[in-house]
Design a protein around this ligand. Structure first.
Ligand SMILES: [Zn+2]
Length: 300
């Protein structure tokens, strides 16, 4: 089944809710980045949380970049999403092992670490990017995004994310939910939902049954207690191109570009997000250098 995200409000008008099935998306990330089991789960959780965050807080033309670095074995994890379900990401170490130094199973919190921050940058056409960050709380990703939303966006929320692997190491289930408390919700209503979240079966178990993100929300709110607003396709999508990277290269110092031309007779660039490779031959590099020169003259 193709991945999609659902948006809903509770019929009492007190909560907004999002849920996503992101199995194909996380499988694409796993294939592109050759991630180990632990790294697949970490990158997948960050992709899922970022997709839901972008959908829940963004204006239409905004994109967000989430960076997480807890100084654990994963190193930095970066995910990028627009409000329309296009998400991409990568991590510094795609090969985190299944066991830690003590020979025990590596937990996700341990792999990510907690000595660092969740940093979220919002970018919008024609506006300066805006970045805010909060300390990591558990490194388990769901808790960390929950804390980010409460602290930085001032939205009391609950975020749950899950990725499980099958016996062959492929992505078995991947999905999550994001619940936001709307103004006017009283403590009693909030406590009820928190209790239901605490009693929730594993997200993977729900998705194994029918793969429907709607089912996750129905488990939390009860059947018939939600208005489903819309469904949105979600995909791992990178908008990189040779032209775009060429423009980035024009921003490099001219002497550095000239060295590349003289010594390497060209340049190879790999996109961090999707691993696409682009080659610029001598002629193309000479054109880039000419553009870089005219650009640096203009800025003088
Ligand atoms: Zn790319």
């Amino acid at each position: 089944m193709d991945d999609y995200l659902v948006k809903a409000t509770s019929t009492d008008g007190l909560f907004r809710a999002y849920a996503v099935n992101a199995k194909q998306n996380v499988a694409t990330a796993q294939k592109d980045h050759h991630t180990s089991a632990v790294s697949s789960v970490v990158l997948g959780r960050v992709l899922i949380a970022t997709t839901m965050l972008a959908t829940s807080v963004n204006k239409n033309d905004e994109a967000i970049t989430a960076k997480i670095n807890g100084k654990g074995m994963t190193g930095e994890i970066v995910a990028d999403s627009d409000a329309n379900g296009h998400v991409k990401g990568f991590m510094h170490n795609p090969q985190v092992p299944v066991t830690n130094d003590a020979g025990q199973a590596m937990t996700i919190g341990e792999a990510v670490g907690t000595d660092g921050f969740v940093e979220v940058t919002r970018t919008s056409e024609g506006e300066d990017p805006y970045t805010s960050s909060v300390p990591l709380t558990s490194g388990e990703i769901g808790d960390d995004f929950t804390y980010y939303l409460a602290q930085s966006e001032q939205i009391p929320s609950a975020v749950g994310v899950s990725v499980t692997l099958d016996q062959k190491g492929g992505i078995e289930t991947a999905g999550g939910y994001l619940i936001q408390v709307l103004p006017g919700a009283k403590d009693e209503a909030i406590t009820k939902i928190v209790n239901r979240i605490n009693a929730l079966p594993a997200i993977s178990e729900i998705l194994k049954t029918d793969e429907l993100p709607e089912s996750i929300l129905e488990h939390i709110f009860g059947k018939g207690n939600l208005h489903f607003l819309n469904k949105m396709p979600v995909e791992f999508y990178c908008n990189c191109s040779k032209v775009k990277f060429g423009r980035d290269l024009e921003g490099l110092p001219v002497p550095q570009l000239e060295t590349m031309l003289k010594e390497d007779k060209g340049i190879d660039v790999t996109c961090n997000f999707c691993q696409s490779k682009y080659h610029y031959n001598e002629d193309e590099l000479a054109t880039i250098i000419a553009a870089a020169k005219s650009r640096s003259q203009k800025s003088e």
